[in-house]
Structures are given as structure tokens and as C-alpha cells.
Ligand binder design. Sequence first.
Ligand code: ZN
Length: 315
Amino acid sequence: CRQRAAGKKKKSSAKVTITETAETTETFEDVTATADVPGRPLGREAQETASDRVYHWVGKSPEFGSKCFESLQRYFPDAMPAKVVHNRSRFVLEQEFGFEPGSTLLGSSFCPDEINNQGRDLPVVMRDYYGSVFPMGGLGGVPYVGETGFAAFSSHVADEGHILVAFGPHVGITEDGEVGKVLRKGQCCNSAACGAVTGAYGACCAGWTDSAGGDESGYDLQMDYIKRWVSPHVEAISRAENPMAALTHKSYEMVKDSMFASVNTNFGSGYLCLLGGITLNLGEKYPDHFFPLTFELRREGHETIDLLHEMRQLR
Ligand SMILES: [Zn+2]
């Protein structure tokens, strides 16, 4: 039986056709603020909503009461099948802000792991809908193309058109509820997901430091970036109730900060929509879920419009 301490591949699959709905009591801020605090009382994982039942009936989400459901909703409350997030975001953008698929340029920043690029996954569903995509991401979902890459990408937007960028890290959850691992197609054992982020965390726990491990002779630029970013947070993460969940929430900040540092609104008169969150890989049995953390519109000369509440209403 194979073991992969810091695997770099994964898989899941399926097909989705869901619209929206959901409920909850805990806010996204509550969870991200407390995901690293041990002893947190029962939360969303102890509540079964109508949406949970529907998603399970149609084969899109794990059953309420299962270990997978408990980990999914405890650490990423109200995470939804990825296609539901896509449907909701396009409904809001098209109905309220005049987006049209034909004049919207799509960018993405997700980890290249193949389990994020299967039929029901957010990057694929969005690419199919918008027609093409400019992938900005590398290991861990970090937009390594940076400011130059975004400038090139954004210069391709249609006249008067809009830009939509979806981004974020990913993490596996096994059938037994283990966060940070996933069962890949054709394999008998669970392996790491995200292998890059968990591998960086493991290296730091084993003593890697920027100075001690800064061997520039090899070619591993993206992994080096993640290790440098994770290193200062390792001690706090290791004390969390679930270090892998805490690590994932922390890695969202890594991706978001890099994305926010890369983008601008100088490309024209249209909107820049940023849709960020954490992808949950649930293996072959269920489609990826998505935990939205950023959904906002920017426009040159205008105030940023926060639309995250539109995702919270899916309850
Ligand atoms: Zn990954």
C-alpha cells in the first residue's frame, strides 16, 4: 500500500446540476477566526439543513452525520458543491451588474493538481461557461504570474468588458473525515491534498527554516515560496484543534494576499470580480465543494462592492 507524505496529485469526479439554497448560524468570520482554536463547541456540523438533504439526495454532498460531513461543515461551514457557487455567482453578476459570458474574461488561480481540474470542479465549470481561462496559479493556488501576468491577462479584456478571477487553495477530506488527505482514483490509500501546502508544513515542522533550508541550487521556486510563507505560522497551526484545517485557512491568506497584490482595475471601465475561497476535494464519491471567503467587485474610481453576503444567503 503506497504512502505519500507530500503527494502532488489527486483525483475525484462526478457531475452536478444544482442551483442554490442553504442555511446557517455561524459566519465565515467566526470560523476563520476560530478554526485554529481547540475546544470550539459544536457548530454547523451538528445542524442538518434542507440544502444538506437535497445535496445528499442528488448525490452531491456527504450525508449528515457522516465523518466526512462533520469535518466538512465543522471547519468549512456552509461549503457548497462547486457548481452551486458558480451558479450563484453568475446569477448575481448577470442580474445585478450586467455581466455577460461573451464579454467577461475569466482568470483563475488554483493548484494545478488534477483533482481540481475534473468535470465538476469550479475551474472547469467556469471555463466551460465563459469559454476560456487565463490560469494564473501554481502550487498551492498562489498566482505566481504576479503583477506582470495580471497586466498581460487584463489587457485581453473585451472593450467595455469585465474580468472575473476565481482563486484559492484546496484541501482533501476523506470518507473518515481526515482533513488534508484524499483517496485518489485507482489508489488504495489516502494521500496528501494539498500536497504542496502540507508538504511545506511538514518540512517546517521537521526543522526547515528560510536560512537553513535556503538551498538555491535546486529548482523548486514555488515550493520554496510556500515554505517561506508557512514557516512563521507553524507553531500556532500545530496547536490548533485540527492543524490541517487551520493550515488550509492560513494558506487562503497566502493566496489572497498574493492575488490582491497582483491585480488592478486599470484595464478599462468594466468590473474586476474577485471570487475566492477554499476548494474541498471529497474524492471520487462527491464533487468538489467550495467555501467562499471573498466575493467582491472592484472598478476604477469606485468603491469596492462586497458581495459575500450573496453567498451566505444560500442557506
Ligand atoms: Zn495542491
